[in-house]
Design a binder for this molecule. Structure first.
Ligand code: ADP
Ligand code: ZN
Length: 602
């Protein structure tokens, strides 16, 4: 098993659970595998496919996923093909022949084709195993239900001796049971790995207004110069605005949402995968088909509606296991809007509950990763050290006077104002409504001039979280003081607020650090500039080879391999082959050119 792993995939060791899953499958038993995105599910069935007689049938719901997998396999010298509606006649004829002659090791197939071919191709070819990828699609409880998936129960009756492995990154307990039942899995062994993704850093920025958000985004991208990333927005309109803002600053950004023509969306996805576009500003429509392994960052421009969505979206970063950054913007306006959606959703109870859990994450003053993991039912005993709370624990101060000013302004307007008006009154701004209602004569008018408007937004969020006021969503979002708010207002209790931290402006030193992506397990004490130059030269060579072969760059060599090359600098084919992620096929195919390039640098 280890030899095959090294020979075809270039890895020296298995990831957690992979070996056990492979052994189970090789013994001819069914399994259900739950692993987070990037956990290494594919090898769980690809390695048995290589070791067992016959062809492994892999059911996959999306053509783009199949394409990515087949290219990855072929780039490692493994015979694989995909049978789906995008093939033409000639392709199909060739594929059928290879299948019948047993010339492939893996055949990817859409569920529709699987059902259509059950009595034809499937009967005529030697099959080693069935792998059902994205198996949660089988369940109505899951979030991507596919009716065709639900018809696959026949497999086990028709092929009782061929093992089935079902794999997914998202499945709660009900979905899990549903998968087992619907596929008629036979006493399957269930493997559940930790959902922790320690390579993703977690940061939340609270209470930013649009202008500050844009600036923070530009600073963030400057620190990730040239690296692929996704910005998720709540509305189509926002995706367009953000993309335009980025384009104005010379960045290669595009928009992706459900309102665009399918052809255009495919183009955007393709450009992104092939690094022709650096940034995609997307709604949640941009998702499952993105199997790009070198997405280095994900920004949430708006608060997501649940931790599930959030975790799945940030999970698109760092699939190759390298450090990647995630940033979430959290504002009162988003919270108000999402609460409205949840209230009107027809499933008010559950949707509000989900939103509240998301809100708790965003407002957390304990390790954020612990909150995520506990949400998914995992307990940890240690803080992660890779979230903003761990790196920079919040400090508190006595904010009683600030809270009193805000609450007093609310009280003096008979609780008939929303947050925008409240900040205007506190800051002593003038506008038509203030003049009309005579708010400029209130005692609290201008009482909060010493605090910038953006800080007021932040404090108000904190006050909401602390329960000093509520938002009457059914009354134009007017603010209503609570009992505990009254206690502070009338001096019966004191209020502790968190000190607001603002983004320090990017230093030039940070800007220079751009192309090196820190890989935790590697020593990085090499002189920085030289290694950057080499890295860029290696990227250029990779780009050239990739475009020559019509592959995305990361399929030729992953970012991780490229970084390892720039650090360990192999100058012989032999050394080149020892790099993790380079199997024999890639060594023969690319080794010479990379080694020559590295020699020139040393
Ligand atoms: P998933 O399907 O679970 O999202 P993949 O199968 O695409 O994840 O694997 C994610 C990444 O991890 C890929 O780049 C893969 O080559 C790599 N990987 C898988 N197994 C190992 C291993 N044993 N050692 C090192 N890297 C691995
Ligand atoms: Zn942490």
């Amino acid at each position: 098993m280890l030899q095959t792993l090294k020979k075809y995939f270039g890895y020296d060791t298995f990831r957690p659970l992979q070996e056990e899953v492979i052994r189970t499958l090789l013994a001819g038993k069914d399994c259900l595998v739950l692993m987070p995105t990037g956990g290494g599910k594919s090898i769980c069935y690809q390695l048995p496919a290589l070791l067992r007689e016959g062809i492994a049938i892999v059911v996959s719901p999306l053509i783009s996923l199949m394409k990515d997998q087949v290219e990855t396999l072929c780039a490692n010298g493994i015979a694989a093909g995909a049978l789906n509606s995008s093939n033409d006649e000639t392709e199909n004829a060739l594929l059928y022949r290879s299948c019948m002659e047993g010339k492939l090791k893996l055949l990817y197939i859409s569920p529709e084709k699987l059902i259509a071919e059950a009595n034809y191709l499937l009967r005529d070819m030697p099959i080693s195993l069935f792998a059902i990828d994205e198996a949660h699609c089988i369940s109505q409880w899951g979030h991507d239900f596919r009716p065709e998936y639900a018809q696959m129960g026949f497999l086990h009756e028709m092929f009782p001796n061929i093992p089935i492995i079902a794999l997914t990154a998202t499945a709660d307990k009900i979905t899990r049971e549903d998968i087992i039942r619907q596929l008629h899995l036979n006493q399957p062994k269930i493997f559940i790995s930790s959902f922790d993704r320690p390579n993703l850093s977690l940061t939340v920025k609270r209470g930013y207004q649009q202008k500050e958000k844009n600036k923070a985004i530009l600073d963030f991208i400057a620190r990730h110069s040239g690296e692929s990333g996704i910005i998720y927005c709540m509305s189509r309109n926002n995706t367009e605005k953000v993309a335009q803002m980025l384009q104005k600053h010379g960045l290669r950004a595009a928009v992706y949402h459900a309102g665009l023509a399918p052809k255009y969306r495919d183009e955007v996805q393709d450009d992104f995968i092939n690094d022709r576009i650096q940034i995609v500003c997307a709604t949640i429509a941009f998702g499952m088909g993105i199997d790009k392994s070198n997405v280095r960052w994900v920004i949430h421009y708006n608060l997501p509606k649940s931790i599930e969505s959030f975790y799945q979206e940030i999970g698109r970063a760092g699939r190759d296991g390298m450090s990647s950054d995630t940033l979430l913007f959290y504002s009162l306006a988003d919270l108000i809007l999402l609460t409205k959606f949840a209230t009107e959703s027809g499933q008010q109870g559950i949707n509000l509950e989900k939103l509240q859990r998301m809100q708790q994450y965003a407002e957390a003053d304990v390790c954020r990763r612990r909150i995520l993991l506990s949400y998914f039912g995992e307990t940890t005993t240690e803080d992660c050290g890779n979230c903003d709370v761990c790196k920079n624990p919040p400090q508190r101060f006595d904010g009683t006077i600030i809270v009193q000013k805000a609450l007093s302004a609310i009280a003096r307007t008979d609780q008939q104002i929303g947050t925008g008006m409240l900040v205007d009154i506190l800051r002593g701004n003038i506008n038509a409504e203030i003049a009309e209602k005579g708010y400029q004569d209130l005692k609290t008018y201008g009482a909060g001039r010493d605090v910038p408007a953006r800080d007021w937004q932040d404090y108000l969020l904190q006050m909401l979280q602390l329960g000093y006021f509520e938002i009457a969503y059914n009354e134009n979002n007017h603010l209503k003081i609570t009992e505990s708010g009254r206690d502070v207002l009338f001096g019966r209790a004191r209020a502790q607020l968190a000190v607001i931290r603002r983004e320090e402006t990017t230093t030039t030193k940070e800007k220079k650090r751009k192309t090196i992506v820190p890989v935790r397990e590697l020593p990085l004490e090499l002189p920085y500039t030289k290694s950057t130059e080499l890295f860029e030269a290696l990227s250029e060579l990779r780009r050239r080879l990739a475009s020559h072969e019509g592959y995305p760059a990361y399929i030729v060599l992953s970012d991780k391999v490229l970084h390892q090359l720039s650090i360990s600098r192999p100058t012989t084919l032999e050394e080149f082959g020892t790099i993790s992620g380079i199997g024999e096929y890639k060594k023969k195919k690319y080794g010479k050119e990379f080694v020559e390039l590295i020699r020139k640098f040393c």
